[in-house]
Design a protein around this ligand. Structure first.
Ligand SMILES: C[S@@+](CC[C@H](N)C(=O)[O-])C[C@H]1O[C@@H](n2cnc3c(N)ncnc32)[C@H](O)[C@@H]1O
Length: 276
């Protein structure tokens, strides 16, 4: 795996290539249970319409379809047309609901075909937005009266490896450097209730949080993939170094094989609100 060198013209900090798309699918599998729990608490059921904002590889759209069924509609809005089209083709081949994909920048879209929706949802999206409250205001506008607005975002406040592991220090240096340098949010999860209020959605009807404490061997490939996918954005900030990146990948793989290390993952925090 080489280190991607070119960052995205739309400012998205992760690279867009086959490795990153697969990493998003692996990440989605890891957090599937937490998202299923949130969709169920939010009351998603047969015949409903729903929108996933920043739908990526379509993994949440699949979970939505399992709940709304053949009479329900699932729409994904995604700025990356290639990824969105691939997701739509996969979902249609699997079936189970009516699917649509809208290729758009959420910040530019005034309305979404098929809306307003029973559920408007996003995952790992607000943490990439300079103005998450403006995004939530739009999501509210795209939701039917009596429908639900929901979001699940990472909170990186506790991510750690125990015992202390030098490779994790290098991961944090690059990861936090890119997030801070590009104005991204490391605390998006915990800020959801305040952002719901600020967007006029009101205090959440409920919140849900999940974190995992797992052998580093189960998390190392994800950490290496994130590091690799952020390399081009790090280079733009002058904080990436090819030799350091190679050393990081080697050290992380060695630590993963060691068997002593455990990883405390980011916390996935969800919030939902049934709107009047
Ligand atoms: C971290 S990924 C999460 C994907 C998916 N929600 C998931 O949880 O698996 C964020 C996604 O948002 C998309 N995205 C970023 N900015 C966007 C924008 N302004 N409008 C629409 N999609 C956007 C990215 O292309 C990417 O696919």
């Amino acid at each position: 795996m080489g280190n991607p060198q070119t960052s995205n013209p739309d400012g998205y900090i992760h690279t867009r290539d086959a490795d990153e798309y697969q990493r998003l699918r692996d990440q989605a599998a890891m957090w599937q249970g937490a998202t299923e729990a949130l969709l169920d608490r939010a009351g998603l059921g047969p015949g409903m319409t729903c929108l996933d904002v920043g739908s990526g590889p379509g993994s949440v759209m699949r979970l939505m379809a399992d709940r709304v069924g053949a009479s329900g509609h699932v729409t994904g809005l995604e700025i990356d047309g290639k990824l969105g089209a691939q997701a739509l083709a996969d979902l249609k081949a699997q079936g189970g609901a009516e699917f649509a994909h809208v290729e758009a920048d959420m910040l530019q879209a005034a309305a979404v075909p098929g809306g307003p929706f029973d559920l408007t949802y996003c995952r790992l999206f607000l943490m990439h937005m300079q103005d998450p409250v403006a995004v939530l205001e739009k999501m509210l506008a795209w939701t039917k009266p009596g429908g639900v607005v929901a979001a699940q975002e990472f909170d990186f406040g506790a991510i750690a490896v125990e015992p202390l592991c030098p490779a994790m220090g290098e991961f944090n240096r690059l990861f936090e450097g890119v997030f801070r340098g590009h104005g991204r949010n490391l605390r998006a999860g915990r800020q959801l209730p305040a952002q719901f209020e600020a967007a006029g959605i009101g205090a959440p009807s409920g919140t849900l949080a999940e974190v995992k404490y797992i052998p580093l061997g189960q998390m190392a490939a994800m950490l290496i993939g994130v590091y690799q996918g952020l390399f081009a954005s790090a280079a733009e900030l002058g904080i990436a170094d090819t030799a350091r990146a190679e050393a990081f990948k080697r050290d992380m793989a060695e630590a993963a094989a060691d068997g002593r290390y455990y990883c405390l993952t980011p916390i996935l925090i969800g919030a939902w609100k049934r709107v009047p």
